[in-house]
Ligand binder design. Structure first.
Ligand SMILES: [Fe+2]
Length: 347
């Protein structure tokens, strides 16, 4: 669809004339609008956890969680600076809750995930229930649910926030409000959602309209256990090693309607075959070290680093030790819109 249309004085005069009527000629822009394959400003990049942590702790001395509402450093894609985006469709940040702080209760139409990086024992409260956070836990805040975070421990607590902010922005569908108190009332015991929905059982007569999983904490010890059992079979996907997706037990669909979340194990020394897909992906190694080639760039990673692969760039991973990587993307949205496409190279 690449095209070059000759610019004659008559045509240029015509374009100026129609410009005043809020019109433009498709034949001048069609090649940029409808590209033969994805063309994104999103760039591959890696944020080192240790570097971000140092800045986070500095921020901890500059502003309280209460004043900031959320003390977060936004991971801005170098190709999308100033837009608070890690990919074209997703936002990501690193959040810090210092000992004995509360990040006050609010709610919004944007859905959020937390992937816990460091610290142990702080909580997040969602819809009247608290859950205790441990490294590697995947926690969901569904759209329009009240949520606050608190840290009653003596250690700083840090996690990755992933939100569908750019998607909600695209649809002009943002609503948000603050709660009258710092913390919402707790109406259910810790662990209630997991007991009710996380054990291959569902309450009889369950009627649920939300498309988000009612399990709002997928504890790492359970996830790791599943990987540990499955790795014994030695059945590796050449592109992904051993890769699982977090699911909503009510529907079998992704755990979140707008963000797909995955966990994968790469055995020591494993090198994946090249793979590309239309969903730009954020990766967070939680165990192990290795490197990933994204397009023509190589990124060395270790636990808690965050790196991003844009749409349709070839990716390969290589693990020096047994490695576990969390990842997330807008795949559920692309699949529902018949837009998702993947390419496993020659694999
Ligand atoms: Fe929030």
């Amino acid at each position: 669809m690449e095209q070059r249309v000759e610019q004659t004085p008559e045509r240029q005069a015509f374009y100026r004339k129609i410009d005043g009527a809020n019109l433009s000629a498709l034949w001048n822009v069609m090649g940029a609008l409808i590209t033969p394959e994805p063309r994104s400003n999103c760039q591959p990049f890696l944020w080192s956890f240790e570097a971000v942590k140092a800045y986070m702790l500095e921020a901890g001395g500059l502003i309280t969680a209460k004043e900031a509402e959320r003390r977060v450093l936004v991971l801005e894609n170098p190709g999308l600076r100033g837009q608070s985006k890690i990919t074209t469709s997703l936002y990501a940040g690193i959040q810090l809750v210092m000992p004995h702080e509360v990040a006050p209760a609010h709610r919004h139409s944007q859905s959020a995930l937390r992937f816990v990086l460091e610290g142990q024992g702080a909580y997040t409260a969602v819809d009247g229930e608290r859950t205790i956070l441990e490294p590697g836990d995947f926690v969901i805040t569904p759209s329009m649910t009240w949520h606050d975070h608190g840290n009653q421990t003596d250690e700083p607590m840090m996690w990755l926030d992933g939100l569908d902010i750019p998607l909600v922005q695209f649809f002009d569908a943002s609503f948000a409000e603050g709660y009258e108190a710092d913390e919402q009332p707790i109406t259910r015991p810790t662990g209630d959602s997991y007991a009710r929905f996380g054990q291959n059982l569902l309450p009889v007569g369950l009627t649920r309209t939300s498309r988000t999983s009612p399990v709002f904490n997928y504890p790492y010890r359970k996830t790791r256990d599943a990987l540990e059992h499955m790795k014994a079979l030695n059945e590796w996907d050449v592109c992904h090693g051993l890769k699982l997706r977090y699911t909503n037990p009510v529907s079998g669909d992704y755990a979140m309607p707008t963000i797909g979340n995955f966990i994968q194990l790469l055995p020591k020394g494993f090198k994946t075959s090249r793979y590309r897909s239309t969903d730009a992906t954020v990766f967070v190694p939680i165990e192990g070290r290795g490197r990933s080639r994204i397009g023509d760039q190589v990124f060395e990673w270790g636990p808690r680093d965050v790196f991003v692969a844009p749409s349709w760039r070839w990716i390969t991973h290589e693990a020096d030790d047994e490695a576990v990587l969390f990842s997330c993307s807008d795949r559920p949205v692309q699949e529902k819109l018949d837009l998702f496409r993947e390419d496993r190279g020659n694999a």
